[in-house]
Design a protein. Sequence first.
Length: 259
Amino acid sequence: SMSMSMSMKWMGMMGGAGLALGAAVDAKAAFLVIDDFGGGPDVVSLVSLAPPELATGTFAHGGAVGGIRDVFVASQTVGSFQSGVAFGTGGYASFSGNGYGGIIWDGVVSPIDGNADGSITVDDFDFGLSLDAIGDCVDPFIHLNAFADLAGGTVDVVFANTAVAYAVYTISLTTVGAFDDYFIDVLSPTIVVGAYDPTAVAAVGLFVDGTAVPNLDVRVALLGVDCPFIPESGTWIAMAGLVGVAGMGLRRARAARRA
């Protein structure tokens, strides 16, 4: 139910491996961009007088994977709530009260609350994407660049194959009052359900959790998958050759000085 915290929504599922996030990872390059968070305004708003309540909206955007953003915001208490992508602001969720909101990218135009139960979970996803979150990368990381104005906020990134096979990556927004980069290993989700396959992602969800933090504001500038730079074998050979040439030069210089 919508009175649960977001973490409770995933309870009853088998736990996954540990979390890895925090300081920037060196020499990374994005190979999968989920959304450029441009365009808009693609925003849904809710003034909630009788919580729990839900507002949704579907928006087309070429910079979003699958070309579609399904935006949602839900109240847990009385208050006003917004979620989506605002022009010049990027992705954001703003809660006056307790609630949650976010965006689903599934490549299909259909009712967002597909089962009409008043809440948004993986059961409401469609599965129209075909994404490989591993690619040729040895150690891929989900990369989130985000801002939180209060301590205690979290974001759940969901990579789903189907409604019964998916992974949840929970990121704690530990930096308050400034944008920061957060990384979590694609191969180490916080929660895994069913036979999840990161090479066959059919839907992606971003859930901003303000259920335990009243009046939370979160902004998102980037969501994608990064790959650490690992030189190919030819590059290693070239680098080794350069080191060898440098070594020969040093030996010749020493020999000349002795002469």
